[in-house]
Ligand binder design. Sequence first.
Ligand SMILES: [Zn+2]
Length: 318
Amino acid sequence: MSEAAKNLIFAVDLGGTHLRAATVDCRGKIHFRAKQSTPHGTDPNEIVAAIVHAVDEYRADSGVESDELKAVSVVVPGTVNVAEGTVVKAPNLPCLDGFPLAAALTNELDLPAILENDANAAAVGEMWQGAARGCRTIICVTLGTGVGGGIILDGELWRGVDGAAAEIGHMCVDPFGGVACTCGSRGCLEVFASATAIVRMTREARPRYPDSVLHASSDLTAESIFEAGLQGDELALEIFRRMGVYLGIGLANLINILNPEMIVIGGGVVNGWDLFEKHMLHEVEERAFPLLAARVKIERAKCGDDAGLLGAARLAAM
Ligand SMILES: [Zn+2]
């Protein structure tokens, strides 16, 4: 048995759709993986049971003694109280609101357990094993169904006093746009740069582009719009231009406030990078202080779907 294998973290990424789990060693190597649907009942113990089931699967699969696992670390899609190990609010898994998930897991598994917000964990994962290796002050932006953020300042996650910091998706980038956001505000970055936003903006602009191939598509997705853009569809190109402009405005604000070494951009929408990159960078150049804009590297995330799992493992091992 290798030395590394004695200190495995059981990392769990509790997504709104899937619960993904992996054992991660101290070098960031993933050994075992499991995936199941996330329970959507009203009883938080169903989620506890699902995580216990994943641990049981690992133990059955590896045939090793349970003492190889050092801790359980769970990534939650919402606000968590890290010190208490409770979920404060998880909009997609409301049964967890107020639930002491870490204590429940420790009780069932006899292992230390910690929780972390998903975007924060992704930032830690990218700094440990991904695009931002070797950096100490980074911002991680996740462009998915919504827009998430994680901020690491001088090597430490910036969680804020209530664990709710780095809501980059809810920075206002357009006070006159009038587009309502799920958070209750208007003109947030999320309503212009998420996958949901790309589909909405395409639907809204479609009547002005009668020749677009996207008229034929009843099931628009950010991916299908990106594919159309690659083929030169003018509607798709315009949507990714707008998305890039709004994203660049948001990043310029962050650069001027935090002077980061690197901004890492991940999430499904990053597939459209080739279509939005130049518009994003143009806004950064136009708006951020020249010294800061020249310093910061803006890169695509490298850990993909594993960023949260890796970050969770890193946080548990520290
Ligand atoms: Zn918002």
